[in-house]
Design a protein around this ligand. Structure first.
Ligand SMILES: Nc1nc2c(ncn2[C@@H]2O[C@H](COP(=O)(O)OP(=O)(O)OP(=O)(O)O)[C@@H](O)[C@H]2O)c(=O)[nH]1
Ligand SMILES: [Mg+2]
Length: 600
């Protein structure tokens, strides 16, 4: 059978998953209402977090499709996928045009010599400008050094949500056949007699985990045939190859996996049986076969400690609260979460290394849903040393904002050691491009929303490690910590809300050392949020003033990670997220501070 292997790539929200869903529906691979974003978190957030495989059949051809995440934190996932397919559908929103992640994924595709098909999507949007966007995409291809063949890309105009596509704007269209036909026409066939006759070579590009079968590898079979029960050799980065046995092979039918006996060159399959298999290794059969080029995995950029919850409220909500359970959960995560690293050498806390705040926040959210309780420390940017030089991660930041806010943005990012590389006036906004150390960006994204009154768009992605740029002043707000345990009272909150932003409302249970708000001016405060109004027999003249409380700011996982201070923990339980001081009593904190001062 003929096989085509493609990935769908784009900036976040440009419509990859909706298009994949529509393809599946129209080819009979999925029911009406099905979505590739199957994970609960994906459904809730409306974003794709994990790249996923599906296979559809169209005109006697099997099309293996990988739907990829568009958010920059998951960019390295896309990169891996690109290594294992033969063409991409580059989806671009007909109104927004190319965005940072469009540029990133296109750049990677072009470097790998792929010939993308450009899908100008959402042409139904009221201010869609498909022709202009096509031009912009062409410019982008040029900028990124596309060769003549790549520049000659094919274009499809689509409304993914309606499941329609067409070659020319003026064409009629009632379904996606123009797109599917184009895929068969221009994507190279993944198999041939010649490839089939060779000895087996396959390469995993993603991992999955099954409670019974253990670690599984989603792999492309490049040459030969892979068979159930086959003895294989695995060649990794190290010199020595090792032996393994293919226990089970699965093929994809839609997103379901179907067990099969063997798979041929060109196909994308999942196999079980090699518990220590890794991405980028080569599965082959004889020692003299050459390993396929390895697949690079991006290095983590931030780290933080995970530890058991030892707050006074520990164990109230969670099912898994012990150190051993936490450790086992992290070990399990390492089976599939490729960008993640964990230092399990200490028994008190585990240092976790990730690709960004969202990458970490997703893991925490997943754990809390499963019933875990834990605490984490403030995320720190990873500084590494190479040849005696200190290096730190840098990000490219692209901002679209109404012009009036650009002054503040430029000022703030310059203070954070950002360098502006581009400034372009567009119709109703201005586009600013910066290169900023990740260190400078931590905590900035929330400020940006406030500074631009929610009208600015900021997208960033890691561009690599560069020489350390020295001290960055991080304006951290002081915290208001409670000095008592009890229930918060509206009366005290009313008085406290003048000093800063509160994270709790009337009736919230607090403990000593819990952070209940920020302090807008000055250092930390220790306060009593539980005091009620004193009772007295005499009524004040004019009776009580009605108490008006400003709605508290909710501490979400991401907000918590980005605003917490160095001497605090973020406490995460199935239903609550709280900030707390690491040292709960004020006396301990004062003592500790004196000790620190003496040391320095
Ligand atoms: N107007 C319009 N909206 C669309 C169209 N296709 C998708 N959308 C909407 O765009 C939003 C994002 O769609 P998704 O398919 O989740 O986008 P995505 O590219 O998979 O997003 P990530 O995976 O998070 O990067 C959803 O609200 C869709 O309903 C379209 O053709 N027209
Ligand atoms: Mg998606």
């Amino acid at each position: 059978m003929e096989i085509r292997n493609i990935a769908i790539i784009a900036h976040v929200d440009h419509g990859k998953t909706t298009l994949t869903d529509a393809i599946m529906k129209q080819t009979g691979a999925a029911e009406e209402g099905f979505s590739m974003d199957v994970n609960d978190l994906e459904k809730e957030r409306g974003i794709t977090i994990y790249s996923k495989n599906t296979s559809v059949y169209y005109k006697d051809t099997k099309i293996n499709i990988v739907d990829t995440p568009g958010h920059a934190d998951f960019g390295s996932e896309v990169e891996r996928v690109l290594r294992s397919i033969d063409s991409v559908l580059l989806v671009v929103d007909a109104q927004e045009g190319p965005m940072p992640q469009t540029k990133f994924v296109l750049k990677k595709s072009l470097e790998l010599g792929l010939k993308p098909i450009v899908v100008i999507n959402k042409i139904d949007k009221p201010s869609a400008m498909p022709e202009e966007v096509k031009e912009m995409v062409y410019e982008l291809f040029l900028d990124l050094g596309a060769n003549d063949e790549q520049l000659d890309f094919k274009v499809i105009y689509a409304i993914g949500r309606d499941g329609t596509a067409k070659r020319k704007l003026k064409d009629e269209s009632k379904d996606l056949t123009p797109l599917l036909d184009l895929i068969l026409e221009v994507v190279p066939s993944a198999s041939s007699e010649e490839l089939l006759s060779k000895k087996l070579r396959a390469q995993p590009f993603n991992l999955a985990y099954d409670n019974f079968l253990g670690r599984m590898a989603i792999s492309r079979v490049y040459e030969g045939i892979i068979k159930k029960g086959q003895e294989v050799l695995i060649k990794g980065v190290e010199e020595n190859s090792r032996k393994g046995k293919i226990a089970k092979i699965f093929s994809f039918k839609g997103t379901e996996r179907v067990e099969i006996e063997e798979a041929c060159a060109g196909d994308v399959i999942m196999f079980a049986g090699v518990p220590d298999i890794n991405i980028g290794e080569t599965i082959c059969v004889e020692e003299d076969q050459e390993a396929l080029p390895v697949i690079q995995i991006d290095e983590p950029t931030i780290s933080l400690n995970f530890l058991v919850n030892n707050s006074p409220f520990a164990g109230r909500e969670g099912k898994f609260v012990t150190n051993r359970q936490l450790r086992e959960r992290l070990e399990k995560e390492l089976e599939v979460n490729v960008g993640l690293r964990v230092d399990l050498s200490s028994n008190e806390s585990y240092k976790v290394y990730g690709r960004g705040e969202l990458h970490i926040a997703i893991l925490l959210e997943q754990m809390r849903r499963e019933g875990y309780e834990l605490q984490v420390s403030q995320p720190q940017v990873i500084i590494k040393e190479e040849n005696g030089q200190k290096l730190e991660p840098f990000e490219e930041v692209i901002i679209d904002t109404p012009e009036e806010f650009s002054g503040t943005i430029i000022e703030k990012l310059s203070k954070r050691k950002g360098v502006m590389t581009e400034m372009k006036r567009e119709e109703n906004h201005i586009r600013l491009v910066f290169e900023v150390p990740t260190r400078g960006l931590l905590g900035y994204k929330l400020e940006f929303v406030v500074d631009t009154k929610g009208e600015g768009i900021l997208a960033s992605r890691v561009i690599g490690f560069r020489p350390y740029v020295g001290e960055i002043e991080r304006r951290s707000l002081g915290s208001m910590a409670s000095m008592v345990s009890g229930k918060a009272a509206g009366f005290s909150l009313f008085n406290l809300q003048e000093r800063g932003d509160l994270y709790i409302g009337h009736g919230t249970e607090v403990y000593e050392g819990m952070v209940i708000g920020s302090v807008s001016k000055g250092n930390d405060l220790t306060v009593n949020p539980t005091k009620g109004k004193e009772l007295s027999n005499m009524r004040a003249s004019g009776s009580d003033e009605a108490i008006k409380l400003i709605p508290p700011i909710e501490i979400t996982l991401e907000r918590g990670l980005s605003i917490m201070n160095e001497d605090e923990y973020l406490e995460i339980t199935p239903n609550s997220t709280r900030l707390r001081k690491q040292l709960l009593s004020e006396i301990e904190r004062i003592r500790d501070k004196r000790k620190q001062n003496k040391l320095s």
